[in-house]
Design a protein around this ligand. Structure first.
Ligand SMILES: [Zn+2]
Length: 416
């Protein structure tokens, strides 16, 4: 039976958001949390971009060492042979043959709007298909295990060309096609029909990639996924943590998970194929808010401050009699709130960018964190603190102490 998978794109699309971002150590932490939450895949960024290279190498090594559980890491490239070749070489050059990045999404625009007004005569439809199939061939020949091909602006691409593009991608060796609602204009009924038609005609899953310009990214993601299921294909749902992303954002990861799990009519229809553990949901959402410096709206589904708060007379009375009168699901399923050492009130000794050994040992001992390589872990605490510019959280300190050799790859030349 077809199932739903989640492919989170926060570390690629989310970090592109204007006026905010994550350090490379922050992106690494996000992969850690996504692994704990149990989603299938994290699009980790742009493998060949010069300032991503040490991060990509470190994260491939961390995945290999088991830091992210079963999480697959994938790279995003333009569907251009030179970009794909450069991306493939990043981990190969480091001599990490066993730990190479094995999953890719290759992207090119398909709509007439983009062909006319972005490519401006440099590419026509035939050239787009030729570029894309050549890029897929390079990825396949380079040892990629899975390849997704992204149709940027698919929601403004006509059925005929979208089908031609998707069939050519499959023929070239792609495993999935990503239907990007790049400007967020799609609507639930339309996207379900288009997904069902395309996925059944091509015979491979069509990924949802929905932006939130009309506030419908989550609804469209569910509908698109149901279109895949209608066609007998697995669904791959692109998300971002806390709905961050270009302009009005992407489909919120937790909202999508909750909607498939608790939505009326959805919970019987959809089987989530990933080992999702929602008990990490609050730690992930609140850490992400902290790391991006973006406060969570009070009414954010699941994790906003008011998501389970009742005050008005009729609601409070009803919630006191039986919480199910006014609550869709049990808030305990979302796990504990973070209670980080650095957020303690009153007298406290911390560690970080300018910390010394006494404070470092005090905090690590206090948290019960086992440190196997004290010198390297201490220096990494300073470097990661310098990278984020904020107090390190308990989970950050735990990851640093647990995987110092792999995290050292984030800072080439600084720890030799
Ligand atoms: Zn996007």
């Amino acid at each position: 039976m077809p199932v739903i998978h989640f492919l989170d794109v926060t570390n690629r699309d989310g970090v592109q958001t204007a006026r905010t971002g994550l350090s490379k150590f922050g992106k690494t932490m996000l992969n850690f949390y996504l692994g704990r939450l149990g989603v299938a895949q994290s699009e980790l960024g742009f493998p060949s971009l010069f300032h991503e290279v040490p991060y990509v190498r470190a994260n491939v090594a961390l995945a290999q060492a088991g830091a992210f559980g079963e999480l697959r890491l994938s790279g995003w490239c333009r569907a251009i042979t030179a970009d794909v070749a450069a991306s493939l070489s990043v981990t190969a050059e480091a001599g990490q043959q066993a730990g190479r990045l094995r999953h890719y999404n290759l992207s090119i625009s398909t709509s007439d709007q983009m062909i006319s007004h972005k490519f401006r005569g440099k590419l026509d439809r035939d050239a787009i298909i030729a570029e894309m199939t050549a890029a897929v061939a390079v990825a396949r020949d380079g040892g990629a295990e899975t390849i997704g091909v992204n149709a940027e602006d698919a929601s403004r691409t006509d059925d005929g060309f979208l089908l031609e593009f998707a069939l050519a991608a499959k023929e070239a060796g792609a495993d999935r096609v990503r239907y990007c609602d790049t400007i967020g204009g799609d609507t639930p009924e339309r996207i379900r029909e288009r997904f069902a038609k395309l996925a059944s005609a091509v015979g491979i899953p069509v990924e949802t990639h929905c932006h939130n310009d009309l506030g419908m990214a989550v609804a469209n993601s569910l509908s698109g996924a149901f279109g895949d299921l209608d066609a007998g294909q697995d669904a791959w749902v692109n998300t971002c943590v806390n709905g961050i992303g270009e302009r009005a954002g992407n489909a919120d990861l937790l909202s999508c998970l909750l909607a498939f799990r608790h939505g009326f009519g959805a919970e019987d229809r959809a089987t989530i194929g990933d080992p999702v553990d929602l008990s990490w949901a609050r730690r992930l959402a609140l850490w992400t808010s902290y790391a991006f410096g973006q406060p969570l709206p009070q009414g954010q589904p699941g994790v906003g401050r008011n998501a389970f708060a009742h005050e008005s007379g009729i609601h409070a009375d009803g919630a006191l009699k039986d919480r199910q009168n006014y609550e869709l699901y049990d808030d305990d399923t979302l796990g504990p709130f973070p209670a980080d050492w650095h957020a303690r009130e009153g007298r406290v000794v911390l560690t970080g960018e300018y910390g010394g050994k006494a404070g470092f040992r005090h905090v690590m001992d206090g948290l019960g964190i086992e440190v196997t390589d004290e010198e390297l872990t201490f220096r990494l605490v300073q470097l990661c603190g310098a990278a984020t510019g904020k107090p390190l959280t308990d989970d950050e300190l735990r990851l640093i102490a647990g995987y110092p050799d792999q995290l050292a790859l984030l800072y080439p030349g600084l720890l030799d």
